[in-house]
Each structure stands twice: as structure tokens, then as C-alpha cells.
Design a protein around this ligand. Structure first.
Ligand SMILES: C[S@@+](CC[C@H](N)C(=O)[O-])C[C@H]1O[C@@H](n2cnc3c(N)ncnc32)[C@H](O)[C@@H]1O
Length: 212
């Protein structure tokens, strides 16, 4: 029973996790100033999880689908090896200047390559093998991102997929089309023999998927 997961308890968890981070706090403030879609940004709590997972995996190659303003890319880069690199895919070319500005605020920025275009076209062209993947773009395309990414994820590697609870709508009795596509995706992951799945009820739902 999860009735004890009230808003206050969630705030308590955030207060006992989040720490100030100059670069990430600056990126968040700048995103707030330049975009009206601040809700798309991972933010401090989920960002702490991404950073910790990256430090645990110590990836050499990281793939991100959905850069937005670079916040999560910086989090994912944190645990990389010296020669590590993040390849992050973003279809909105209008974000280029803002992303470049944000990445210039940290030495990790040099290790983050943003490729602009539609992930549906860019993913099949990737030749690297990845240790860590973060999927956070168009929800209806998750199945496609997943299939293209899992092929490129090394055995033992970790995939993180955001928004899989879709504000709790995945348990709606009469789900809308977008929710249905997320339900279908979650069912596919849960039944996928190639991976060990772990769905976490944090923020908008985060699926951790380890490739066997
Ligand atoms: C939720 S935001 C990503 C947030 C970012 N990962 C973070 O945590 O700060 C989703 C991003 O995916 C991008 N996007 C949506 N569909 C895409 C596609 N087909 N290919 C590449 N990027 C896409 C959007 O333009 C948007 O910037």
C-alpha cells in the first residue's frame, strides 16, 4: 500500500536527497528563463539519480534520446570514464544555442556531443556500443527508441526510461491514446526476456532496464 506516499513524503525525500550544484542549478534557472517547458527538465531529484547511476556504471559511451536544454546530459556525463562521451539526440534545432551555452558552463560539456535531428533517423545510424542509455523524448516512439537502443547496449549495460507512469494515467480505466502507447510499451518491457526490468515510482515513473 502506497497511501503514505503523500506530497509531503515526496518533498521529504527530495529534501533529503537534493544538494546544490552550481552548474545544474544554473542550467535549471536559465531553462526557466528561456523556455516555458521547464517541466520537461529532469530537475534536481531525478538528476541526482541519473548522476548516481552514471557513477555506478562508469560508462564509456552514453546515449541520450531527448536533450532539451542539456540538464540530464550533464548528469549522465558525471560518472563517465576519462575517455567517455555522451551522444545526445535532439530534434529541435532551435535549442542549439541554449544547449551550447549550457554545456560551455562545465568541462563535461566537451564530452557531450549533441546530434540534431529526429531520433528515428539518427538511432539506426549509430555505430557505438553503449554502456548507459537514457530515453526521454516522444512517448509514442518509445518502442522504436527501445529496440534501436537495446541492440546497441552492451550486455550488463543499463537503460533508463523516463515518464513511464505518465502522471499515473497508466492505470486509468479508459486510457487515452498516448497513455495506451505507454501501457503497451511497459508491457513489452516487462515481458522482454533480454532484460531485467525495475519500474520505480519516482517522479513521473522511471524504468530501469538492465540488459542480460
Ligand atoms: C522531456 S524533454 C528531455 C529532457 C531532458 N532529457 C532533461 O531531462 O533535461 C524531451 C526532448 O525530446 C525532444 N524530442 C522529441 N521527439 C524527438 C525525436 N523524435 N527525436 C529527437 N528528439 C526528440 C524534444 O524536442 C525535447 O527537447
Amino acid at each position: 500500500m502506497l497511501e503514505h506516499f503523500t506530497k509531503e513524503v515526496i518533498t521529504y525525500c527530495e529534501n533529503h536527497t537534493n544538494r546544490s550544484n552550481d552548474v545544474l542549478d544554473r542550467i535549471e534557472a536559465s531553462t526557466r528563463e528561456h523556455s516555458n517547458q521547464i517541466n520537461m527538465l529532469s530537475g534536481a531529484y531525478q538528476g541526482s539519480l541519473l548522476r548516481m547511476l552514471s557513477r555506478l556504471v562508469e560508462p564509456r559511451r552514453v546515449l541520450e534520446v531527448g536533450t532539451f536544454t542539456g540538464y540530464s546530459a550533464v548528469c549522465l556525463a558525471e560518472g563517465m570514464t576519462e575517455d567517455g562521451k555522451v551522444i545526445s539526440l535532439e530534434k529541435d534545432h532551435n535549442l542549439k544555442d541554449l544547449i551550447e551555452k549550457h554545456l560551455s558552463w562545465t568541462s563535461l560539456g566537451k564530452k557531450i556531443e549533441v546530434r540534431y535531428g529526429d531520433a528515428k533517423e539518427l538511432l539506426p545510424q549509430l555505430e557505438d556500443v553503449f554502456d548507459l542509455v537514457f530515453i526521454d523524448a516522444a512517448k509514442r516512439e518509445y518502442g522504436l527508441y527501445y529496440e534501436e537502443s537495446i541492440k546497441r547496449l552492451r550486455s550488463g549495460g543499463l537503460m533508463i526510461i523516463d515518464n513511464v507512469l505518465w502522471r499515473g494515467k497508466v492505470v486509468d480505466a479508459e486510457p487515452d491514446k498516448k497513455t495506451q502507447s505507454i501501457q503497451k510499451f511497459n508491457e513489452m518491457v516487462a515481458a522482454d526476456d533480454r532484460v531485467e526490468p525495475f519500474l520505480m515510482p519516482i517522479r513521473d515513473g522511471v524504468y530501469l532496464v538492465q540488459k542480460k
